[in-house]
Design a protein around this ligand. Structure first.
Ligand SMILES: [Zn+2]
Length: 210
């Protein structure tokens, strides 16, 4: 699991999804989680650097966990289906989060994240329980949310799905901002999004890229 998390972190870095040491990844591990360490660098990260910790914050080991561990912990507590979490400050998701707006129903792929939009959690200082609470509320019933003036977070059933989900959310934010720069995108109607949601439910998550 540790090696798979290193690979996930590096895959995000290779796609310019992580800037400097911003962004972190974790996986549920029994009643706790394994999470990337604070001050994490893709080039030097090793499997041993991942920190095994309980969801209430206790840990052993040489390295301290990511300062955003409570963000991850709150989502594992609130979403039993969350097995892997990716948090990034990827460019376009972060740009949209700075407008304090959700990613709306401008494209049917938005339904992939479980609803008619991807909500934007209100702003709170990084690394605080308040941010963790706001994010858990915003992601409820969905697999992703934006974090105001900060970035994005996704959860998935496994590493590959989490990587794909983060990449697709970043792409959708880019496409939405691009559409907005050219005009006013036509939003899909409630009926159109409900049809897309039903379609995703029918096809299942493995065949979601249509
Ligand atoms: Zn962050």
């Amino acid at each position: 699991m540790r090696v798979a998390l290193v690979n996930l972190y590096r895959a995000l870095a290779e796609r310019q999804m992580l800037i400097g040491s911003s962004g972190n990844v974790s996986a549920r591990d029994g009643v706790g989680m394994l999470i990337s360490p604070t001050g994490c660098e893709a080039d030097s990260l090793t499997a041993d650097d991942f920190v095994k910790m309980s969801l209430d914050g206790s840990y052993d080991g040489a390295r301290a966990p990511s300062s955003e561990w409570e963000l991850h912990s709150a989502i594992y507590r609130a979403a039993p289906n969350a097995q892997v979490i990716v948090h990034t400050h990827s460019d376009h998701a972060t740009a949209l989060s700075c407008l304090n707006r959700p990613l709306p129903a401008f494209h049917y792929n938005v339904a992939e994240f479980g609803g008619e939009d991807v909500r934007c959690a209100g702003y709170a200082t990084f690394g605080t329980p308040e941010l963790a609470r706001l994010a858990a509320d915003a992601i409820a019933g969905r697999s992703a949310c934006l974090l105001a003036n900060h970035g994005m977070i996704v959860h998935a059933a496994n590493n590959d799905a989490a990587l794909a989900s983060a990449i697709r959310l970043e792409a959708l934010c880019r496409q939405y901002l691009l559409a907005c720069s050219a005009g006013q995108p036509r939003m899909l109607s409630r009926e159109e999004m409900n049809a897309a949601l039903a379609r995703y439910a029918t096809y299942g998550k493995k065949q979601e890229i249509i």
